[in-house]
Design a protein around this ligand. Structure first.
Ligand code: NAI
Ligand code: MG
Length: 355
């Protein structure tokens, strides 16, 4: 097969880890006889410095013309004091809207060889296998108005939580479809005791669940979900929730089994190329030192192979290589609590390619 992949390295360790994902994809292409064509685009802080905007129009068009997008991470202290429209993160929000990336999938997988890195005891996390499905283009992060106001003569602020029912339907339906192929259980997370948007969310989940008689649906309030994720993570299979709840809870879930540096994600488009990225940020504290863990980016590339290109065997080969490298004892610093010899980013990349 022939595929066009746009790479958006972004800032900080984004550049270092996407390099690993590209090299692994190249190795997979050679081994399985595919032609992957990589081209590069600008996003985030480096785009602000070069083009004066966190997401240039050329980048958007370039991505729309591709088969899939691989993103590193954006942001850093250099741009933290900029006005909102000149923040790197604005580039992320915009690309989600432009590519219609409505669902963010974040699997949390268990690695026996990394269990000692978890803040939780092994018995709580052993064989945890859960999948977050986070709504990505609605809710508080996109609602208008979002501004400082004066009300009743007082300094105040407004953010808006806005959802169309159809935006809830498409992401909840996807969660059920994914659960059908997994352990047939969906936990829908909301705050229906307080929020009207959550009450609609709950109604939609009930409606959709009627189309999936084999899948069990449970509703859970977000505060309870935050607690159960650390006290009883094994009870979950697929968790579906709106944008902000999903942002927070999926970061929480990602550290259950080890490190941010192991957590991959896919942001699926309804009508165009999907985007794949590690869930971590640009990690300015370790950028440029060749010590970042590239596995989250590499595992994101595996998700690309499976979900965008339908390449099951190829995806499995990457995941198996990652497992073997971990079993063989290779560790970057973030996952190396119990070893003395860390490997660098580039050494880790080479080990995965060699498996
Ligand atoms: P972060 O994820 O960049 O880093 C949090 C901590 O985890 C740091 O100590 C970092 O060194 C460590 N870490 C993260 N990824 C790692 C990896 N692959 N290997 C080893 N250690 C790793 O989050 P933080 O520090 O809150 O944000 C830094 C910048 O990244 C900010 O500008 C933020 O806005 C941005 N950010 C961007 C995201 C994206 O592009 N999708 C997501 C999250 C944050
Ligand atoms: Mg986040």
């Amino acid at each position: 097969m022939e595929k066009r992949i746009v790479v958006l390295p972004g800032d900080g360790i984004g550049k270092e880890v996407t390099k690993g994902a590209v090299e692994v994809l190249q190795a997979v292409g050679e081994r399985f006889g595919h032609q992957f064509h990589f081209t590069y685009g600008s996003i985030g802080g480096e785009a602000i410095d070069t083009y004066g905007t966190p997401l240039p129009d050329e980048t958007i068009q370039h991505c729309k013309d591709s088969d899939a997008v691989l993103l590193g991470a954006v942001g850093g202290p250099k741009w933290d004091t900029q006005p909102p429209h000149l923040r790197p993160e604005r580039g992320l929000l915009k690309i989600r809207k432009e590519l219609n990336l409505y669902a963010n999938l974040r699997p949390t997988s268990y690695y026996d060889s990394l269990a000692e890195n978890s803040p939780l005891k092994k018995e709580y996390i052993e064989n945890v296998d859960l999948l977050f499905v986070r709504e990505l283009t609605g809710g508080l992060y996109f609602g208008k108005p979002s501004e400082r106001v004066e009300r009743d003569g007082k300094e105040a602020v407004v953010d808006t939580l806005y959802y169309q029912k159809s935006e809830m339907e498409r992401v909840i339906k996807l969660a059920f479809e994914l659960a059908e192929k997994r352990d047939q259980k969906v936990t829908s997370v909301d705050k229906a005791n307080v929020l009207e948007s959550s009450r609609m969310w709950r109604e939609v989940a009930d409606e959709i669940s009627r189309q999936f008689p084999n899948v069990e649906l449970e509703h859970m309030l977000v505060d309870n979900a935050a607690m159960q994720l650390v006290t009883n993570p094994k009870r979950f299979d697929v968790i579906v929730t709106e944008n902000m709840f999903g942002d927070i809870l999926s970061d929480e879930a990602s550290v259950l089994t080890g490190s941010l540096g192991m957590s991959a994600s896919a942001s699926l488009s309804e009508d165009g190329p999907s985007l794949y990225e590690p869930i971590h940020g640009s990690a300015p504290d370790i950028a440029g030192q060749n010590i970042a863990n590239p596995l989250a980016a590499i595992l994101s590339a595996a998700m690309m192979l499976r979900l965008s290109f339908g390449m099951q065997e190829e995806a499995k080969a990457v995941e198996t290589a990652v497992n073997q490298v971990l079993d063989a004892g290779y560790r970057t610093k973030d996952i190396g609590r119990t070893v003395n010899n860390y490997v660098s980013t580039s050494e880790m990349i080479n080990e995965v390619k060699a498996m």
